[in-house]
Every structure is written in structure tokens, then in C-alpha cells.
Design a protein around this ligand. Structure first.
Ligand SMILES: Cc1cc2nc3c(=O)[nH]c(=O)nc-3n(C[C@H](O)[C@H](O)[C@H](O)COP(=O)(O)OP(=O)(O)OC[C@H]3O[C@@H](n4cnc5c(N)ncnc54)[C@H](O)[C@@H]3O)c2cc1C
Length: 399
């Protein structure tokens, strides 16, 4: 039967509202295919049964087209490149400066920030925040200022934004040799991409439901594993490798409230025990793993929270469910990188299109910021670029 365009559009909408589990069951029969795809979908931070996360089940397709890239030398090399770019344009970057207060002028304009120690920095053109709206408005602004500039916003942010308690325990290892998946027809090039350890849809479901209930799913870990040195050997001494493992775990461990960092229950002892179990699981697949570990570093969801300042260990700043995506991220009134406060702009993982190292929140916000500085000049320039692009695509010239 052929479908009309309207039907196809509605069908896409229906799919987007659905869960990865339902979508995968619609398209595939084999558990061998469905389980890892479900695990990849859960990268969005929820179990495969969660409605509105179906886009996650299409992630493998998106990885092939348009594809993925990694910076040579690791993610730090991307940061280095951006730092150099800023400096080459005369910019200055100050690190280790904890912003404690957003400064608002008497006429309600964002005019700078105050950092720990009391130093104040004034902005000539505006302030752009890379932390999420909850932290910006609720932690860096006194309630009276926020209420005066954006009535009701603090409460809406506090009550409407959702973080589901799912965090990440990350293990980094230095390896004397590459993990070998002998029982799975090991070939070195199979390790160029990511390895998904997912035995069944049920296992993935449990692995991403328990953290939301405060329980560590380490009785049968499901993992996301990358060996970056297979693609880029420059990151380790010759013949040696680096490995990182991502294991979803609760931010707040149920029953352990008040212990460990931030009172989350993540003591050193708990962290190391969980890491041991995660490595045991990977060694079931790659038996040479344990003997090849030269050193390891484990970061618990609590430590990640301390390092980044995120709420509830959420490295995406706020959950990536459809109700908090696109023109709803983080809230409808803040979804276009602007805020109710003149001169204050919002970017980062808590804005569209969300977490990951895409650069898109920054790029989109920069465009909005620039168009505010000189609307006419910016819009003319954008229109010129658009016409040039169209002409090039029609004539094929200048490509
Ligand atoms: C283990 C792990 C693996 C991942 N793997 C991938 C992957 O393979 N591919 C991918 O695309 N994404 C991946 N991600 C997700 C990605 O790293 C994040 O979504 C992304 O880094 C978010 O970037 P951001 O700049 O918006 O926010 P952040 O990285 O959270 O940066 C915000 C910065 O602001 C600083 N800050 C906070 N508060 C203040 C303050 N008051 N004053 C001054 N500074 C402050 C923080 O210290 C931090 O440096 C992974 C995340 C984790 C944890």
C-alpha cells in the first residue's frame, strides 16, 4: 500500500513519540541486533522502553550518515584548537575562575560576572552562559533579582526541568595491548568504532531503569566501550592502547544518603568495587583485558558532578527526552538562546540540540548573539551567504 505524504509525516511523528524498544521490535527480530541498538539508544539517558526516545534507536543510522568524526589526538585536541582560534582573534581565556554571581545593571541588563574571591568582570556586549538555565538563574542570581527580571522563572525551572538520577561511572585504562574479542571473530578494525556490551533488550532495560531508582546495575553490567588508539595510535606509546568505559549508574545511591562525596553514597570503596565488576564483565568478552591493564582511573557520577558542577550528575545538563528538546529546550521561553534578561544569552548542552560534542549549541547561540549586535549587517551577510550557497549548488562553481 502506498502512503500519502501526510500519512508518512504523521507516521514519523508517531515514531518520534514512541520508545526505542517499540521501534526496534517493529524493524528487527534478532536480539543480537536489537540489544546493542537499544543500548545505543539509552545513551540519551533513559531505558529503551521510554516513550519519546525513539530517535535514539536511529542513532546507528545517523552514525553512518552523516557520520562521526574524532579529533586527532583526542577530544582535548579539539579544545586546544578552539583555544588557539580564540587567541588568534585577540581573545583571552581565563580558567579556574568560579562564577558566583551574574551582575545585572539597574536597568535590568546583564553586565558581567563576579567570580570566587570577589573579582568582577564587566561585559561590553553581553554575557553568554554555557551552564544550564537551572544553574544560571537559580544558583547565580539572588531570588529577588531573578523575580524582578523574570517573574516565576526560578520556580518553573526548579519544578519543570527533569533530571532522572541516571549518571555515568567512567573508567579510563592504559593498556599494554589491545583487548581481543577472540570468541567474536576479533579483528583490530572492529574496534575503530564503539563497542556496545548488551546481552539482551531485557538486560539493557534493567541497566537503565535501576539507576533511576537509585540502584547500581552492576550485577550484570551493560557497557559502552571505546579504544581510541585503534584509530589514533598517536595517543599511546607504540603497541599500547587507551580504553574508556561508560557505565550508567545512579547519581544518588538509594540507602546511602549522606555518605561519600555530595552525600551520594559514592565512597572510594563503592566506586572501586563497581569498577571491578564492570571490568570483569568486559573481560568475559575480551579475556586478555585484565592482564593488560597498566593503570586505571575511575570517576563516579558524584565526582563528575563535582568536576562539572552539573545537577544530579547529568552530563547532558538536563534530560534529553522529547519534552525538553528542540524548541522546548530547556523551556519554551528560553529555547532560542535568548533570555528574558537583556544581554544574557544561553548555550551549552542544556540548549538545542542538547548534549554531546557537536558544537551546535555554541554555533547557534553565536549567530543569535551576532545578529543582536548588528542586526542589519548580520542579516545581510547571512542572506549573501545563502544566495552564494544556492548559486554554487545550482552551477557547481566554487566547490
Ligand atoms: C563519560 C562520558 C562520555 C561521553 N562521550 C561522548 C561522546 O563519545 N560523544 C559526544 O558527542 N559526547 C559525549 N559525552 C557528552 C559530552 O561530553 C557532553 O554532553 C558535553 O561535554 C557537554 O558540553 P558543554 O560544554 O555544554 O558542558 P560541560 O562539558 O558541562 O561544560 C561546562 C563547563 O562550565 C564549567 N562551569 C560550571 N559552572 C561554572 C561556574 N559557576 N563558573 C565557571 N565555570 C563553570 C564546568 O566546569 C565545565 O567546564 C560524554 C560524556 C561523558 C560524561
Amino acid at each position: 500500500m502506498t502512503c500519502s505524504r501526510v500519512d508518512r509525516t504523521l507516521d514519523l511523528l508517531r515514531t518520534m513519540l514512541n520508545s526505542p524498544e517499540n521501534t526496534l521490535n517493529e524493524w528487527f527480530d534478532s536480539e543480537l541486533v536489537k540489544a546493542p541498538l537499544a543500548r545505543l539508544a539509552s545513551e540519551l539517558g533513559g531505558p529503551p522502553s521510554e516513550k519519546t526516545l525513539a530517535i535514539g534507536s536511529m542513532m546507528m543510522g545517523l552514525r553512518h550518515n552523516p557520520g562521526m568524526a574524532r579529533p586527532r589526538g583526542g577530544t582535548g585536541a579539539l579544545v586546544d584548537a578552539l583555544v588557539q582560534m580564540v587567541k588568534s582573534h585577540g581573545g583571552t581565556i581565563l580558567c579556574d575562575q568560579q562564577v558566583e554571581r551574574l551582575l545585572i545593571s539597574a536597568d535590568g541588563r546583564a553586565e558581567g560576572v563576579r567570580v570566587a574571591g570577589g573579582q568582577e568582570y564587566r561585559a561590553r556586549r553581553g554575557v553568554i552562559s554555557n551552564i544550564d538555565a537551572q544553574r544560571l538563574f537559580n544558583d547565580l542570581m539572588p531570588a529577588a533579582d531573578a523575580q524582578a527580571q523574570a517573574p516565576g522563572l526560578q520556580e518553573r525551572l526548579e519544578r519543570r526541568i527533569v533530571n532522572n538520577n541516571e549518571g555515568i561511572l567512567k573508567i579510563d585504562c592504559a593498556l599494554a595491548e589491545m583487548p581481543r574479542f577472540e570468541a567474536y571473530n576479533h579483528r583490530d578494525q572492529y574496534l575503530i568504532g564503539s563497542v556496545l556490551i548488551a546481552d539482551s533488550m531485557d538486560q539493557v532495560q534493567t541497566a537503565h531503569t535501576l539507576p533511576m531508582q537509585g540502584v547500581i546495575p552492576d550485577h550484570d553490567p551493560s557497557l559502552y566501550v571505546v579504544v581510541p588508539t585503534v584509530l589514533d595510535p598517536s595517543m599511546a606509546p607504540p603497541g599500547q592502547h587507551t580504553l574508556w568505559i561508560e557505565f550508567f549508574a545512579p547519581y544518588q545511591i538509594k540507602g546511602a544518603e549522606g555518605t561519600g562525596p555530595l552525600g551520594t553514597g559514592w565512597t572510594e570503596e563503592v566506586k572501586d568495587k563497581v569498577a571491578d565488576r564492570v571490568l570483569d564483565k568486559l573481560a568475559d568478552y575480551a579475556p586478555n583485558l585484565k592482564q593488560s591493564v597498566i593503570a586505571r582511573r575511575v570517576e563516579s557520577p558524584a565526582e563528575l558532578t563535582q568536576r562539572l558542577g552539573v545537577r544530579k550528575g547529568n552530563h547532558y545538563h538536563i534530560d534529553m527526552t522529547l519534552d525538553q528538546m528542540v524548541f522546548l529546550r530547556p523551556l519554551p521561553e528560553l529555547a532560542n538562546y535568548q533570555t528574558p534578561i537583556d544581554g544574557l544569552f544561553l548555550t551549552g548542552a542544556g540548549t538545542h540540540p542538547g548534549g554531546s560534542i557537536s558544537g551546535m549549541p555554541g554555533r547557534n547561540c553565536a549567530r543569535v548573539f551576532l545578529s543582536h549586535q548588528a542586526p542589519l549587517r548580520y542579516n545581510l551577510q547571512e542572506a549573501g551567504n545563502w544566495i552564494k550557497d544556492r548559486l554554487q549548488s545550482v552551477t557547481g562553481l566554487g566547490r
